[in-house]
Design a protein around this ligand. Sequence first.
Ligand code: ATP
Length: 509
Amino acid sequence: MQIYLKPLRWYLFFNLVFGGISNVCTALLPYFTQELVRGHYQIALYGYCLAVLCYLGCNYIQMRLDWKQAILFSTHLKNDWFQALLELGHHDFKQKTVAEYISYQSNDLDSLEKDYLPPLMSFIKQILRILIYTVVISRTINPLVALILLVSTAVSIQIPKIVGKLTAQRRQVYLEKQGNYYRTLEDLLKGHHLVNQVTLSGFQDQQRNALNTLQDKYLGYGLTKIMGILLTGLSFEFISIVLFAYLAYSLATQQLGIPEVVASFGYITAFSEPIQEILYDLQMLESVKPVVQSFQAIVSCPSAVQAPQMSFETLMLNHITKRLGESSLTIPHVEIRKGDKIALIGENGSGKSSLLNILNGTDRDFQGEILLDHLPVHQLWGKFGMILQQEHTFISSYDNNVTIFKTLDENFRDEEFEKTPPQSLSGGQQQRMYLNREKNRQSPLIIMDEPFSALDASQFQKELDKVLSLPSAVIITLHRQEEALERFDQVWEIKDGELVVVRRVLKHD
Ligand SMILES: Nc1ncnc2c1ncn2[C@@H]1O[C@H](COP(=O)(O)OP(=O)(O)OP(=O)(O)O)[C@@H](O)[C@H]1O
C-alpha cells in the first residue's frame, strides 16, 4: 500500500508535526497540575492555558489534514481499482457480477478508506505521543514510572493482534455475503416487471433469505468485534493496576512525594487515550488485512487490454472443443478471410453464441488453436468489433454510444436519434446504433450475435445491405432468413454439436 501513501507524504508529514506539538502540550498538563500542588500558581495557570490553546489549534489543523488526505487516498484507491477492472481480461472480469463489483466498491473499498489509513495514521501518532509522554514523565516525575507505563503498554498491545485475526476472518465472510446479497438484489430488481399480488411473496422470500444469511454473518462479525473491544479495555486496565500498585508502594516507602503521585495519576488518564487508540488501531489494521490483500491482488493484475487489430488476412480455428454443460461444441477447421461475410446458423441452443464468445475473446475456456495470420493467438478480447446478443447501451448519450466516449471517429450516426436518451430508443433503433458504432470502429472483423433480431423485415434488409457492403469481415448469426444466406461468402451451421461449413464461395486473390 506504500504507493498509495507516497502522494500523501506532505500531508502525513505535517500531520505528524502538528500531532507531535499537540502531544507535547497535553503531556505537559499533568506537570502543570504538579506545579499547582507544589504551590507555583502563576506558572501552573499560564502554562496550563497556553498548552490547552496550542493543543486545540494543532488539533484543528490535524483534522483538516486528516480530511484532505483521506479524500486523496480514497480517490487514488477508487481510480486504480476501476482501471484495474477495466484492464482485466473480459473472461476474468465475468467471474463476478456487476452487483458484486458495486458491492466491493461500496463495502470493501469503503472499509479500506476508513479502517486502513486513519488507524495507521492514528497508530503512528499515538506511538509518537507515548514516546513524548515517556520523555516528559522521565524528566518531570520519575524514569521508573515512565518505564512501567511503556512496558505495560507494550504487553497490552499484543492482545488486539490476536483478536484482530479472528475479527478479520469474520469480517471477510461478512463482506463475501454482502456481495451475494447485492447479486440477489440485482437479480430480483431486474425482474421487477414480473411482480404482482401472486408473485410478490416469492420476491420477498428470496430477498429475506439472502438478507438473513447476511445479517447472521454480520452478527458474528459484530460479536467478535465487541469481544475485541472488551479485551482492549481489560488490557488497558492492566496498565492502570500495575502503575497504581507501584505508586502505592512508592508512596508507602516515601520514594515519591504527593505531587509526583498526583501527576502520575494524571498520566494514567493521559495515557489511557493513546493506549486505547493504539489497541483499537491495531485491531482495525489486523482486521482490514484481507481487504488490503484482495485490493492488491486486483490492482497488481497485469493489464490484459489489447490494441485493436487493424487488419488481417486470415483467422483460423483449428480443432476447437468447447464444453457446454453435458454436451460440447466441436469446430474441426474453419477459416475467415479478409472481408468475408459469414452467416452462422443453427437451432436454438446449438452453440452459436458460444462460438462467437470464443471468437470475440470473452470466453477462454476451450481447447484448440486459433491462428491469426498463421500465428497462434491466445487473447482475442478487444481485438475485433462485436455486437452481443444483449448488447449494452451506455446511458449518457447517443454520441457516447457510437463513439465509445469519443474514442472513435464519428463517421456514422443516425441524426434522428441523437436527441433521444439512448435507453429510450426502440430495440431496433438501438441495434442500428450498435451497427453505427461498429462502423465507426472500422474493425477488420465484426462479430454479431443476432444484431437485427428486433428489426422488421424491411429494416432488416436495409441493415443487412449495409453490413454486406462493409469492407470488414463479418460473422453474423441468423434465424429464419434462409433467403439471405445466398448473399454470404460462407455459411456455417452448427448441427449435433459440430460446426459444418455448408457453403463457401471461393475467392480469387
Ligand atoms: N456455462 C455454461 N454451462 C453449461 N451450459 C452452457 C453454458 N453456456 C452455454 N451452455 C449451453 O450451451 C448450449 C449453447 O448455448 P448458446 O447460447 O451458445 O446457443 P445458441 O445457439 O446461441 O442459442 P440461441 O439461438 O437460442 O441464442 C445451450 O444448451 C446452453 O444451455
